[in-house]
Design a protein. Structure first.
Length: 220
């Protein structure tokens, strides 16, 4: 049995995660299988590896952070991913969620503004043999329109208003999830579902995520 740096068996930590998520209504065998194939500690600085399966915010490079694990799983579960789906992710971060979704969907296009984070994520994908992620350092608003439509879209940075340009990239029966609300305050994770020419909105839970920043990072 493998042991984490803080002395807790990985198997025990995974069981704790499983029970925690089931208590929150997540009981999807495909997601748990994908989690087993995508060790979260590989995407973290070794100093934080012990906390990989904990439900806490973890710092990463470029002044960013990786969201709470439970929130990541709940958002991904709400996408109802299938192998046929084309997925757009805005905010690659550590690369963990792109790799996890890659086990569940057909193709992931992940956009990140920081070169350092892109390079880190790409190394992790190679180590874990994740080959169906298209990773791009780009300004999401300026570079992604020609790549749609997408069956699923997940946006990690928050925006004050509905992300209309991305909503319009949804294919028929598509789903988009994003944090919507004021910068430096509480936001709401919102799920948009496309039904024909109409969009249905469902408010999920409250978060406080970093804001969406346009453009490519000049440094890092």
């Amino acid at each position: 049995m493998k042991i984490t740096p803080k002395g807790v068996a990985i198997g025990e930590a995974f069981i704790s995660l499983f029970l925690r998520l089931r208590a929150k209504g997540i009981d999807n065998s495909r997601i748990f299988s994908a989690l087993e194939q995508t060790p979260r500690q590989h995407f973290l600085d070794p100093v934080y590896a012990a906390f990989a399966l904990d439900n806490c915010i973890i710092p990463i490079s470029c002044g960013e952070y990786i969201e709470r694990l439970d929130e990541q799983i709940i958002l991904i579960s709400s996408l109802q991913l299938e192998k046929k789906h084309r997925v757009l992710e805005i905010g690659t971060g550590s690369g963990f969620t792109a790799a996890l979704m890659a086990r569940l969907a057909g193709r992931i296009t992940s956009i990140e503004r920081y070169k350092t984070l892109c390079e880190h994520a790409r190394r992790c994908f190679q180590i874990l043999n994740v080959d169906n992620v298209i990773l791009r350092q780009a300004d999401a608003y300026c570079s992604i329109v020609e790549s749609g439509p997408f069956d699923r879209i997940v946006i990690w940075p928050s925006q004050p208003n509905e992300p209309q340009p991305f909503i319009e990239l949804l294919a028929s029966n598509g789903i988009l999830v994003a944090p919507i609300g004021p910068t430096n305050s509480i936001q709401t994770i919102v799920r948009y579902s496309r039904v024909g020419g109409c969009f249905e909105r469902t408010d999920m839970f409250r978060v406080r995520y970093q804001p969406f920043i346009k453009g490519i990072a000049a440094a890092l």
